[in-house]
Each structure stands twice: as C-alpha cells, then as structure tokens.
Ligand binder design. Structure first.
Ligand code: PNW
Length: 462
C-alpha cells in the first residue's frame, strides 16, 4: 500500500464555535441553546460552560499562527449563529461578522484554507423558545442566516458546510436529552431531523444564490459504521434499523430525494411523518459538491432478547424506532470517551459512500480521539496513543483511496482541547494542549507528528 496521499489532498484541523470561542456575552452575541443548557445545573459534567472556553475569540491571531506553524492546509470552524444574527431573525450583526471576517483574512494571509460550517449546534435561544428544530419555521430562519453569512464571506471562503452532524442535534438534543436543548420527546426528535434536512436544502439553495460559482457546498454527517454482532437475521435487522435512523434518514432525502421506506415503517408508532410536505424532499436533494464524514468509532448492535419497551415508555434514548435493538461495546482499545478504536469503520464508510454516491467527493470532516493528556515535568505533552489513532485512521483513508474512493481531505478533531459538550473540559481531543488556568497552548507530540504528515503528504513508515 502506498503511503503517499494524492497531490492537493487537504490536511486540516477542526473546531466549533461554542467549543472554543468563549466571549459568550460579547459584541452583541445572545445566548444559544448551549448557553442555556450548560448553565442549567446537572446538564454538563462539573458544571462547565462555554462562557470562556479556549478564549479563541480573543486569541484568534495566535491560534492562526499556530495553525500555520503546524503546516495545516485548512481549518474547519463554525460560525456562531447568535453572534452574527442575535435573535435568529432580521439583519446581521456587523460586530459578529467582523470576527469571522478577521479570522478568514488571517487564515488566508497564512495560507490556511478556511472551511466554514454554518451550524454546529448553537441555535439562538429565541428560536428554541419559538419551538426549535421541531418547528418548520426554524428551517426557514436557517436559510436566511445562511444567506447573511454567504453574502458577508462568499468572496473569501470557498468551502461551505451547512450542518454539522444533524443526528446529534435531533436525537441527542430532542430524544435522549443529553445535548441542548435537553428535550426527551421522540416525535419532536423525528420532526427535528426532518426540519434539519429541510434547513440543509433551503440553506444550500440560499448559499448558491449568493456565492460565486467556485464555492463548494457540503454537509457533515456522522453516519454510523454499524455492525451486527452476529450474522443472524435478527441481528442484521437490528443493524438495518440503526443504519436507517443514524444515516439513511439524512442521506435518503439529501442524496436520493426520499426517506427510506423501512425508516417510515420502523417509526410508524411514533409519527405518520405528515410534517413532510409537498416538495420538501426535492428541496433537500440539493446538488452537493462534497460529503463530509465525521467518524470516531463503530456501532455494534444485536436484537435485544428482552421485550423492548413501547415507544416513549423506556429510558430516553437517541434511537426512537429502534426499541428492539441492544448496543454493545465494540472490541478494541478504548479512548478516554470509552469509544473503541477501530479504523475499519472509517474505511467501510468511505468505500460505502464512494459506491452509493459515485462522483461525489468525500472529506473526512472530523476524526480524532480523547486521551488523558498531562504535561510532563518539562511541560511537554506526550500523547503516543493519539499518534497511533491518527496513524491508523489515515491508513484507512489511504486504503479507501487505493480502492478508488474520491477522498479530498482529512480534518483532525480537534485543533485545541476544548469544551466537549456534556463532558465539559474533562475530555481532551486537541492536538494542542490547553492549560485552562492561563489559556497557554502547547502542541502535543501528536501535533508535531501530524504537522509532518501535512507538510510531506505522506505517512511515516515505522
Ligand atoms: C462530534 N455520540 O460530536 C462533534 O461534531 C464535535 O463537536 C465533538 O467534539 C466530537 O464529535 C467529539 O465528541 C459527537 O454520542 C458527540 O454519538 C457525540 C456523539 C457523536 C459525535
């Protein structure tokens, strides 16, 4: 197998606004659902919030210099909706947009290509108060917001992503309730999933109308690399259900213009899907220039042996319509998230979408691992497990490339240690260590290792 990536392959790192920016109340930014959620006692480990995060809002210039030092070709970041459109409606906030203009200018000055995500989970609280993603109007609000950002940054940003991981927004946010806004209502979660799909389609259309033709549009999904625990028909059926709820609920309408029949049947006890109207699925099937895939760990399932609870009766779960499915810890070493390390899942997803969506370029928009990193006596942070994780997953990308998958780039999650949602600051995903006492940045050994891969375009052979 070759260790060389194709010429032009993008090596980047990713972050998201709420996880790194801080400055939660500055320059006109209003609360998002994540401010409300994290300030509610008991929701986030340790009571952590994104009020300060890694203070990236004030350390932007230093952080961009760091990216350039690390030889990154690209930086994937998200725009905070309540920073640029504080009430979720109406005109843009010039001060909010100024931050992203300055960030993009800095990136371009340093030869780092910006990749902009419009929505990485920070819905303006005012829109949640009006019903949030279960309400159809939120999709239209998103399209207006997309247009505002497109008009402001379209001359400088070529790579655009509408949504990050709509599965998490819909099912962790509205069904399991472990992410903002913390609701536990299966029907609302399925409505949210549809309105996120619609937001993607309307947003893509709004962007196309204002962006120059060289702009490239994408969405970043977290498709599940699902495996049945055994080849038995019952376990295979469990895998099919989870695949429908995790992946095809988005790729069905986005890539094929229809919801999968089996998904509609599996969720029939929860909803009749009458919130899907008229030409919605045509709008959602907007032509894309790339598909972003976020991957961390596989999902292993089997048919549950006990009687599944009726819809709405069991513990809140992010899988409405998969009541009869049991989830298992996959084999393999675990990261600090207790997620199993298994690069085959990434290979499987890349080759699957290469097959199912021929001609659509793929980008690994997130991949990485949390470990219990600690500075040594000399202040250096040595993280050999992260290097091994990255190496193995980049090898999986090369293997998929070797079989013809059109993978254009790879973004490490994350540039910096940051606010890891419900886990607060307890989980460190960064290639760069952040000391939260003084916000000092220290590249870990994995950052040096990754910088060499990015500069040379090849994996080191050991
Ligand atoms: C993704 N799950 O989140 C996000 O895009 C990042 O913001 C996040 O920091 C990163 O992965 C690491 O967690 C996920 O429970 C959060 O299946 C939870 C899940 C999946 C992805």
């Amino acid at each position: 197998m070759t260790v060389d990536f194709p010429p032009g392959f993008l090596f980047g790192a990713a972050t998201a606004a709420y996880q790194v920016e801080g400055a939660a109340g500055e320059d006109g930014r209003t609360p998002s659902i994540w401010d409300t959620f994290s300030r509610t006692p008991g929701r986030v480990l340790g009571g952590d919030t994104g009020d300060t995060a890694t203070d990236h809002y004030h350390r932007r210039a230093e952080d961009v210099r760091l990216m350039a030092e690390l030889g990154l070709g690209a930086y994937r970041f998200s725009v905070s909706w309540p920073r640029v459109q504080p009430t979720g409606r109406g005109p843009a906030s010039p001060r909010g947009l100024d931050f992203y203009r300055a960030l993009v200018d800095d990136l371009l000055d340093h030869g780092v290509q910006p990749m902009l995500t419009l929505y990485h989970w920070d819905l303006p609280q005012e829109l949640e108060d009006a019903g949030g993603w279960p309400e159809r109007d939120t999709a239209h609000r998103f399209a207006d917001y997309a247009r505002l950002v497109g008009e402001a940054l379209g001359d400088r940003v070529e790579l655009w992503t509408t949504l990050n991981e709509p599965w998490c927004s819909a099912f962790l946010g509205y069904a399991a309730g472990v992410h903002a806004p913390g609701r536990t209502d299966d029907e609302a979660a399925l409505r949210a999933a549809h309105h996120l799909n619609l937001a993607h389609g309307l947003g893509a259309r709004a962007l196309r109308a204002v962006l120059p033709s060289r702009a490239r549009l994408s969405v970043a999904l977290n498709p599940a690399a699902v495996r049945a625990r055994t080849p038995s028909p019952a376990d295979q059926d469990a895998a099919r259900r989870v695949d429908a709820l995790a992946t095809r609920i988005f790729t069905g309408p986005m890539l094929r213009g229809a919801y999968p029949e089996d998904l509609l049947a599996d969720t029939a006890a929860i909803t009749d899907w009458s919130f899907v109207r008229g030409d919605d699925t045509d709008v959602i099937r907007h032509p894309l220039d790339a598909l972003g895939i976020n991957y961390y760990s596989p999902t292993v399932v089997s048919a549950a042996t006990d009687n599944p609870p009726a819809p709405g009766q069991g513990e809140p779960s992010p899988w409405p319509g998969a009541g009869g499915v049991a989830f298992h810890r996959p084999p393999g070493k675990l990261t600090a998230m207790d997620w199993a390390v298994d690069p085959t899942g990434l290979y499987d997803l890349l080759t699957r979408f290469a097959r199912e969506a021929p001609g659509l370029p793929l980008i690994v928009t997130e991949n990485g691992a949390a470990y219990d990193d600690k500075p040594g006596a000399d202040g250096a942070v040595d993280d050999p497990e992260r290097i091994a994780y990255l190496h193995a997953h980049l090898e999986a990308v090369l293997r998929a490339l070797g079989e013809g998958a059109d993978v254009r780039g790879y973004f490490l999650w994350s540039l910096l240690d940051n606010f890891e949602w419900a886990y607060g600051y307890s989980k460190r995903f960064g290639a760069v260590y952040v000391d939260y006492a003084n916000q000092a940045r220290t590249p870990k050994s994995s950052a040096r290792w990754y910088a060499r891969v990015a500069r040379t375009g090849r994996l080191p052979i050991d």
